[in-house]
Design a protein around this ligand. Structure first.
Ligand SMILES: Nc1nc2c(c(=O)[nH]1)N[C@H]1C(S)=C(S)[C@@H](COP(=O)(O)O)O[C@H]1N2
Ligand SMILES: [Mo]
Length: 532
């Protein structure tokens, strides 16, 4: 009996061999696949960005984001504003990128043996991108081309890198070392992946820069100054702590625009049509040549929570909407002033509000300068007394006089009220939230507004004691907020300050707290402070 060492050994432990268990990133190959997914997906996205930027249209990510905004339910929109405030756009973009990255990682990790899953994922997202782009106002060939070109290059990269990886997998699973290894070249793979990654980053940066250039070139079309006006606006400051006029740089911004619409001042026209005797079309120069008025008007957003920041007071310059409408001749059956922006956003309000003598404006100026791009350059509407979502169309492109049954503004089918007069409100600005104040005489100050009704009285109370009348700032007009102050003898400890306003109709703000939807929040602003 001979003793031969023919004892079969167990399967060799090969770190490169594909593993049998299926957890996603469990094998080195899968991890490399995931990286390939991320790199190729990233390249597809940045190429898409660049093509879009070259075509001066919204990037595929922004197109998808805008389609998402269009379909966002009311509760989610409110939540997004609550959580992210005016950073909700950044939050949306980051959200989309995270979802895409996660899907790219997963699709890549299951594409080790065949590129089909990753290729399919890229094709599906390119399709979504093209579909979203096609429904955007102002989209053109480049909008559709961007995700397609991105996808083609992303797929090429995926197939190339995954091909190398598949060779590695085959090599590792080759049963006998005598067979020719199938060309897995680690160094080549690392070089190719790095090239893809570097290209993606570079292309992304170029695309980003192109988009910045586009925005700068729109901004450079803003004239240096506004046409002269005969109005002079009195300043009204009563406290150093808060300002009556909100500087443009501090003015809130709310809109659905992920990227600014293209504005070409030379070709821009405002068209007024619909139920009018004669349609009129105005260029920027036409509007600037008309007699200019300057009105101090406080505008606010329906999404402003009690005590919230989405309100501002500015001196708006432009022409009376009424004059334009009289020039066009409004037909008696007209019901709504419906307007549309260059980016396809719409709003509408009862036509009477443009004709009843209030200072409803077609505005081209804000606080002494041509409208900033974020606030609607070249022109926007400002209508005192109603929330921005039904009236304050920025980047205005057309005004249509029509009937309610013809069209509803953007937010109406999304659960917001058709008629949206601004609710009488007041806000405590000083002491700042969470501030610790020194005991002794302390100034409490804030703003109160009831546009187109006017503020009559503001009252302040501390720790639910009796109400005290606040000192009011100048009553510039019923369309502007009023500053108020109250000097309080602060004692050590924690205190609760509350404010309520009474408007000139005799209405005093209700204590009942309601949410912003569907037509604006109610309730008293309450602020807790510590006195040391
Ligand atoms: N084109 C366009 N105009 C728009 C909007 C928008 O989404 N798109 N949002 C409206 C809303 S909801 C408000 S409250 C005001 C805000 O104007 P501001 O950003 O200049 O403060 O703009 C209005 N005009
Ligand atoms: Mo708004």
């Amino acid at each position: 009996m001979s003793f031969t060492s023919s004892t079969p050994t167990g399967p060799e432990v090969d770190p490169l061999a594909p593993q049998q268990h299926t957890s996603l990133l469990s094998s080195p190959s899968r991890r490399l696949g995931a990286i390939i997914g991320l790199l190729s997906g990233g390249l597809a996205v940045t190429i898409g960005m660049l093509v879009a930027a070259l075509g001066e249209v919204a990037s595929p990510i922004d197109a998808v984001g805008s389609s998402f905004i269009d379909r966002t339910p009311r509760w989610l929109k409110t939540l997004a504003i609550d959580w992210f405030g005016t950073n909700d756009k950044t939050a949306l973009r980051v959200g989309i990128v995270i979802v895409l990255a996660a899907i790219a990682l997963i699709a890549g990790s299951v594409s080790v043996k065949s590129p089909a899953p990753l290729v399919s994922a890229i094709v599906i997202f390119a399709f979504l991108g093209a579909l979203s782009a096609s429904e955007r106002e102002g989209s053109n060939g480049a909008s559709i081309l961007a995700p397609i070109v991105g996808a083609i290059i992303g797929i090429a990269s995926a197939v190339l890198l995954l091909g190398m990886l598949t060779n590695r997998w085959l090599a590792a699973s080759t049963p006998s070392p005598s067979q020719v290894p199938l060309g897995w070249d680690r160094r080549r793979f690392v070089r190719a992946s790095s090239a893809v990654g570097a290209t993606a980053v570079t292309v992304g940066l170029i695309g980003h820069n192109k988009e910045r250039q586009r925005v700068r070139s729109i901004e450079s079309q803003r004239p240096d100054s506004l046409p002269p006006t005969s109005d002079s606006v009195p300043p009204s400051e009563i406290s150093q702590d808060i300002s009556f006029i909100t500087p443009n740089s501090d003015f809130y911004r709310i809109d659905t625009a992920l990227s600014f619409p293209n504005v070409n001042l030379d070709t821009w026209k405002l068209r007024i049509h619909g139920l009018v005797d004669q349609e009129i079309t105005l260029s920027y120069a036409d509007i600037a040549a008309m007699p200019q008025v300057e009105k101090t008007i406080t505008i606010c957003c329906v999404s402003n929570e009690i005590g919230g920041p989405y309100i501002g007071n500015a001196v708006w310059q432009g022409v009376y909407l009424k004059d334009l409408l009289l020039q066009a001749g409004v037909k008696p059956e007209a019901e709504q002033l419906f307007s549309r922006s260059l980016d396809g956003w719409t709003s509408g309000f009862p036509i009477e509000l443009a004709l009843d003598g209030r200072d409803a404006l077609l505005a081209i100026g804000m606080n002494g300068e041509p409208l900033p791009l974020v606030h609607g350059f070249p022109a926007r509407l400002i209508v005192p007394g109603i929330y921005g979502y039904v009236s304050a169309t920025k980047w205005l492109s057309e005004i249509e006089v029509n009937k309610w049954s013809d069209a509803y503004g953007y937010w109406i089918p999304r659960g917001w009220a058709r008629d949206a007069p601004i609710k009488t409100q007041s806000r405590i600005d000083v002491p700042r939230s969470g501030a610790t104040v020194a005991a002794g005489l302390t100034r409490i100050a804030g703003v109160a507004w009831a546009q187109h009704t006017g503020i009559e009285k503001v009252e302040v109370r501390v720790d639910s004691a009796e109400w005290n009348e606040a000192v009011l700032g100048d009553d510039i007009s019923d369309d502007t907020w009023r500053l108020w102050t109250f000097d309080w003898q602060a004692t050590e400890g924690k205190h609760t300050i509350q404010v309520r306003a009474t408007d000139k109709s005799g209405y005093t703000q209700t204590e009942t707290v309601t949410s912003v939807a569907p037509d604006g929040a109610t309730g008293w602003h309450t602020r807790r402070v510590s006195v040391a």
